[in-house]
Design a protein around this ligand. Structure first.
Ligand code: 13P
Length: 354
């Protein structure tokens, strides 16, 4: 029987005001694409060096409550010490990504996430190794002329997320529930809201049907915005309004927090949109925070370039970005705080995988 009080307390702790999550759980393929951008070879030593930079970043605990890792990183050791130990030493929760990627379920390009078959066994091991949080990402794509996402894909992904969430809680692990609606496409913000609202509604209905304890979960959704090919200007206020309305329609108040993914927005845009949401005067019974991958790491990687001599400056870049996002969770970020032109770089990649 899970300890419900503990699940609830842990989930709440993660979304303490002023703190958010660093997603550093890129699969072997995805981290390779990141390293390509800075001409660094994708080998184990280089992955350890880069993640070591992130995890040893001084003062990170002031703005970051958790870090999501990939299986390899979760197990990595340097000189007999776990690579994630500097995080644990500072009471930063270490998460484990437990899905193993997506697989096509029809010829329309829709997918469902894999990894349920032996999840119970893997979760028992992760829990024994100290994991208190896990992540599973479902991916849905909007294509209005083709009526996508289909109800079938929404339902299949919701069922997988719900089964995963139940297995997590059975092992005392808080599930982060991530049904991502991609920003690929030319859809309007209104269409994105309708789809995202439907996806969250069906996902939380499935969680409820599977007997998942909702106060012991966190939602990691996309923000509601128009498609990247819609030709509309970025508008943080519109994103904030539509996203909060979408959550009001679809997310139970029992869920303690929402930790958004950045989805391909630039670092500055992801921070601005989060800040606008936290400034918005509206009914918001959940903490609204961040769980960014690209939008926390992009400038840091550029500053690092795979060189030991750049570790200090790259750590500072990461800390500054985390600080700005921390301010955004409090609705206290100002555009004048942006002093790194790299933060404006577009981070969108078509059909993104993690
Ligand atoms: P991005 O913030 O780069 O979208 O990634 C977050 C994440 O964890 C996706 O699963």
């Amino acid at each position: 029987m899970p300890n419900f009080e503990k699940l609830k307390t842990n989930a709440q702790k993660l979304v303490t005001p002023g703190k958010g999550i660093l997603a550093a759980d890129e699969s072997l393929g995805t981290i390779g694409k990141r390293f390509d951008q800075i001409a660094v070879e994708n080998n184990h030593d280089n992955r350890i060096a880069y993640r070591g930079l992130l995890f040893n970043c001084p003062s990170l605990e002031n703005f970051i409550s958790g870090v999501i890792t990939f299986d390899e990183t979760f197990r990595d050791e340097v000189d007999g010490k776990r690579l994630v130990q500097p995080l644990l030493d500072r009471d930063i929760q270490v998460w484990i990504k437990v899905d193993i990627g997506v697989k096509a379920i029809n010829d329309l390009g829709e997918t469902v996430t894999q990894g349920l078959d032996n999840l119970d066994v893997r979760m028992a091991e992760y829990a024994k190794m100290g994991a208190t949080f896990a992540k599973w990402r479902g991916v849905l794509k909007i294509d209005i002329p083709k009526a996508l996402p289909s109800e079938f894909a929404i339902e299949q992904n919701a069922q997988a997320l719900a089964r995963y969430a139940k297995i997590c809680q059975d092992h005392g692990v808080v599930p982060i529930v991530e049904p991502e609606v991609l920003m690929d496409g030319d859809h309007t913000i209104e269409q994105a809201k309708k789809v995202t609202s439907r996806v969250i509604t069906i996902t939380y209905k499935a969680l409820s049907d599977h007997g998942v304890y909702l106060p012991g979960t966190l939602l990691k959704p996309n923000m509601v915005r128009s498609g990247v090919d819609a030709g509309t200007e970025f508008d943080a206020q519109a994103i904030a309004r539509f996203t909060v309305e979408c959550l009001q329609e679809s997310l139970p108040v029992a869920v303690p927090g929402v930790v958004f993914l950045s989805g391909g927005m630039s670092e500055a845009q992801a921070t601005q949109a989060l800040d606008a949401m936290n400034r918005l005067v509206a009914k918001k019974p959940w903490a609204l925070s961040f769980s960014y991958g690209r939008a926390l790491q992009a400038s840091c990687l550029k500053a690092y370039l795979g060189k030991v001599k750049n570790v200090e400056i790259a750590s500072k870049v990461l800390l500054d970005r985390a600080h700005l996002n921390s301010l955004a969770t409090l609705g206290k970020y100002e555009a004048s705080h942006e002093n790194n032109p790299d933060a404006l770089a577009d981070l969108f990649q078509k059909n993104y995988s993690y």
